[in-house]
Design a binder for this molecule. Structure first.
Ligand code: ACO
Length: 707
């Protein structure tokens, strides 16, 4: 059997063998058997150890071949040097999946040894999870095949983690936070099964409503994105990623490359596919717990109910930060809440019941908010006062939550002394979303709204754009034939023309007479640039002259360019000059596309000059792009208002920029040989007047700094 076995039996095995099972409670092989037994796994449990014996009431088999029952899963916990033989033995005995706990493979440079495991497993149609992992937990099978502390609560959150140590610690943490899990999987070295394979299974697992990913690095990001894009329509997906480093960025040869830091691209593409990125493990846990229990909102617009003005304002700030819109119909608010309000209270949102509010006032206000169809969700805040008992308030809070928890999203934040702290701990234990910090409460609500909005947004269709690919292949072939991994300016302009991106009219002139004739044909003013494969940075070589108004200036410029370029690089072969139309001024932007090492084709956009150089004000999206995505990428830069027109200026041609972004995205998605294409500047004119690509640079696979 050579085809890959369905991953279902990894999560729902009918029998589990533990190779390296030990009678010694200190050993990992013992702990795994113990967890399998304690988790109540109903299938066959087959400890394997050549010494034989018994562990926790289960016979230890000397050899897998002695086992008569079906073994879908084998957990391997023996020293690295014995693992390959064990893999073979599993294959010969019909095992479907291997969970290889053992460390000491590719993570310590033993790549060949790890490859051998995968190749052997493939021969038998087995799939490998690991090596170098702490195991797998599956609620569906009541199976804890990890060497963690045990006590995992079953629930609806699936965790996939690249970090073993953090994953083990998460077991204790989830239990302490009463967070129920549907699955917990450690992926370790990802020799075979990776996040994408696991997500394929979890996508169809009705038990899982929230997926939490802890990621350190991404391989095969394009597949991951396409699976995530689909899953996030039905489930909430949270990601925590460590390593916000700028690895690799410095070596990149283009702006797009140097700005496309691994983390910026990760952040952008996760948002693009509806994944919620948490800043910390705690935030991820808070979100996971809240999202697993909360109903989806039916509408936007939250209401804040508080007994303290200050905390209400903090909540308002938090709503702005996390994108939670507030219900704002003043008349309706007044009508709804005036019955529970003292004269000096406020029926605006935040609804401020004031410090003299009683538990009954709170209850009434919450009822009003939660029954009102115009209000999407509620944020209930409480500052400890002498006027009513924290115990009584906790009781009321539990009852209100129980009444409405399936109807509307609700979060609570309580602030005060020891009694409040105790109340919070108790309420959280019983699964109520109560937070000491109002920002944490609103952050959960924000995550819910973001996930909900993504899921209900219509799926984007990516329209085919007309691009003359044969012409582009021709330009690339010319460069390749000349032994180059970059395109000369006029070749890059041919590519732009084939893409349907407007460029300034230009003519390559081999000598002075031809340059003059070209200038006459194009019409003044013109610009002139040296054409030489040996001179890439033309301005540095004195190879560029701008704003040439007449024939005399063209002659002078030609001679000056030749002189400077020969002095700059005496060996350079100069093919002539390019004479081009002088582009009229507009807003200078930069737009590029490249092959990202993790996620494949991505597009970048920003304004030129200081916006890109100093402020790094750029945005990214994974390609190919539809219109909506292109517009959201453009709208995401901080300097976007400049494109909308400031101080009486007209709105710029944003549709034309989006069109260029779509075309560049389609190109790098289809032609993987192009590692970088960058237009800098892309000059943008007023709405309806289009854009012009002034300088186009293209790098091919194999170029220094390219991927
Ligand atoms: N078949 C079955 N049993 C075998 C075999 C075999 N082919 N070979 C040896 N055994 C038995 C041994 O006799 C022993 O049993 P015993 O206690 O009865 O003597 C048992 O298997 C284990 O073998 P040991 O040699 O005692 O190995 P030990 O348990 O010390 O270590 C382990 C094995 C745990 C797999 C170790 O090699 C290892 O890789 N440790 C790291 C695990 C890890 O951290 N993984 C990543 C987790 S994520 C994180 O970072 C926390």
């Amino acid at each position: 059997m050579n085809e890959k076995t369905d991953i279902k039996y990894l999560f729902e095995p009918r029998g589990v063998a533990v190779i390296g099972a030990s009678e010694n409670p200190e050993k990992i092989g013992y702990r795994i058997v113990e967890n399998i037994v304690n988790s109540g796994y109903p299938g066959g449990i087959y400890p394997i150890n050549p010494k034989g014996g018994e562990v926790l009431g289960h016979r230890i088999y000397r050899d897998l071949s002695e086992v008569e029952g079906e073994v879908d899963l084998a957990v391997i916990a023996i020293p690295a040097k014995f693992v390959l033989d064990a893999v073979k033995e599993c294959g010969e005995n019909g095992v479907k999946h291997l969970v290889i706990i053992t460390s000491g493979f590719s993570e310590v440079g033993k790549r060949a040894e790890e490859r051998a495991l995968v190749e052997t497993a493939r021969k038998y149609g087995m799939r490998i999870l690991g090596p170098n992992i702490f195991g797998i937990y599956s609620a569906k099978a009541s199976l804890d095949a990890t060497f963690g502390p045990g006590g995992i609560l079953p629930g609806h959150v699936a965790i996939i983690t690249q970090s073993g140590a953090l994953g083990i610690a998460m077991i204790g943490k989830t239990a302490a936070e009463s967070l129920g899990l549907s699955a917990l999987v450690s992926v370790g070295n990802k020799s075979d099964i990776d996040e994408s394979d696991l997500l394929e299974y979890l996508a169809d697992d009705e038990n899982t409503t929230v997926i939490l990913l802890y990621i350190e690095g991404v391989k095969g990001g394009e597949r991951l994105l396409s699976i995530l894009r689909r899953i996030t329509r039905a489930k909430h997906v949270i990601v925590i990623k460590s390593g916000r480093s700028k690895r690799g960025a410095a070596a990149a040869a283009s702006h797009t490359g140097s700005l496309a830091g691994a983390d910026e691209v990760f952040d952008a593409v996760m948002r693009q596919v509806g994944v919620l990125r948490a800043e910390s493990v705690q935030e991820a846990f808070d979100w996971a717990r809240f999202l697993a229990d909360s109903p989806l909102p039916k509408r936007k617009d939250a209401v804040i109910i508080t007994n303290g003005g200050g905390i209400g304002v903090l909540a308002t700030d938090a709503c702005e930060k996390y994108g939670v819109s507030l219900y704002d119909d003043q008349e309706a608010l007044k009508k709804a809440f005036s019955s529970v309000m003292p004269e000096f209270g406020s029926t605006k949102n935040p609804v401020d019941l004031t410090g003299q509010a009683t538990a009954e006032d709170y209850e009434k206000a919450m009822d009003l908010a939660l029954k009102n169809d115009q209000i999407g969700s509620a944020i209930s805040l409480y500052c400890e006062t002498a006027l009513f008992d924290t115990e009584a308030f906790s009781q009321l809070l539990s009852e209100t939550y129980a009444r409405y928890r399936k109807e509307k999203p609700i979060v609570f934040s309580l602030f005060g002394g020891e009694r409040i702290e105790r109340a919070i701990t108790k309420l959280r234990k019983s699964g109520i979303p109560v937070f000491p910090d109002v920002y944490d409460a609103v952050s959960c609500l924000g995550a819910l709204y973001r996930s909900w909005e993504y899921a209900r947004s219509p799926e984007e269709t990516i329209e085919e754009v007309k691009i003359d690919y044969p012409a582009i292949e021709g330009a690339l072939a010319t460069a390749r034939a000349a032994g180059r991994t970059f395109l000369l300016a006029h070749e890059a302009e041919q590519v732009a023309a084939a893409l349907g991106i407007p460029t300034p009219q230009a003519i390559v002139a081999p000598d002075l007479d031809a340059a003059v004739a070209a200038a006459e044909r194009i019409g003044y003013p013109v610009v002139m640039k040296v054409v030489s494969k040996d001179i890439i940075h033309k301005s540095d070589a004195g190879g560029v002259a701008l704003d040439l108004e007449n024939q005399d200036e063209v002659i002078d410029a030609y001679q000056a360019i030749m002189r400077s370029c020969r002095a700059y690089n005496p060996k350079a072969v100069i093919q002539g000059v390019e004479v081009a139309e002088m582009v009229r001024p507009g807003v200078e932007t930069i737009i590029g596309a490249r092959q990202d090492p993790s996620f494949g084709p991505v597009v970048m956009f920003g304004l030129g000059g200081i916006y890109v150089e100093v402020m790094k004000d750029v945005s990214f999206r994974a390609a190919p792009l539809g219109k909506r995505t292109a517009h959201s990428m453009i709208g995401e830069i901080r300097s976007y208002p400049l494109l909308l027109g400031v101080r009486g200026e007209k709105r710029k041609d944003i549709d034309a920029i989006a069109d260029v972004a779509i075309r560049l995205g389609a190109l790098v998605h289809r032609m993987r040989d192009i590692t970088d294409i960058e237009i800098n500047p892309l000059v943008v004119y007023d709405h309806g007047e289009g854009v012009k690509a002034v300088d186009v640079r293209i790098l091919l696979k194999g170029s220094p700094g390219g991927e």
